[in-house]
Write a protein that binds this ligand. Sequence first.
Ligand code: MN
Length: 288
Amino acid sequence: MKLATFTHDGNTRIGVVVDDHVIDLAVAAPALPTEMKAFLCAGPAALATAGAAQTSKARFPLAQITLEAPVSNPQKFLGAGLNYADHIEETGREQPKYPTFFNKQSSCVNAPFAPVWLPRGERRRTDYEGELAIVIGKRCRRVPRERATEVIAGYTIVDDVSQRDWQGRAVTMTLGKSWDTHGPMGPWIVTPDEVGDPHALDLETWVNGELRQNSNTRYMIFDCFEQIATLSTVCTLEPGDVIATGTPSGVGVAMEPKQYLQPGDRVRIEIARIGAIEHEFIEEPEPT
Ligand code: MN
């Protein structure tokens, strides 16, 4: 099942995507929560109700709605750093002994097709990172890797947009990863039964139609389940938490010469069995 958050006529709510339509769960299953985190908190019964609504006529063509980030306000938005060997090689860093994580502030969450800002007044050091992301479906702590699948609501795509100069200024990376709009995600959450093995998915990133990243999630060093085991040892994971699982090689900062994003550039990230997100990079508007 593909779970989406969408806006139609100024109202944002959740739905199920079937082919090129979205089932409006607010109409097709009015007892369900209309917000994704609340829906995920409602557990398997809510999921079954949504599944049963897939034949409903309460639907819109995708062309008539706006897809939003599937989770607009995750309590936690974490990213794995240095998690593909080829990416580590291109950065010239050592392969870490332990999984490396950083925070993307949840205020950077952005819709899958919305513009992304190039920071005003900064040197142009903005870069893309195509990544598979896990969405947590169940409150959990100390999950052994063998049981990690029990807490996964599904998978989505994240562009872990990175401001490279700020990223390099401090060891935590947080300020380089958290600029407003720098967390595009979507286009929806695909449930694990439809994804199958999350470690066998082709991942491709294009910039203006040029293929920059061409890899497969099988090349992760610490896989999705290991990441959940590690993170949940430290902190309780909550429904709606998003974990971006790392990027393969082919980022702009590793190109010769370096290729940072410029106004008008379009980044498209496609992951097999999930779909694609695509966004244009624009000058940061005046603060309002
Ligand atoms: Mn990343």
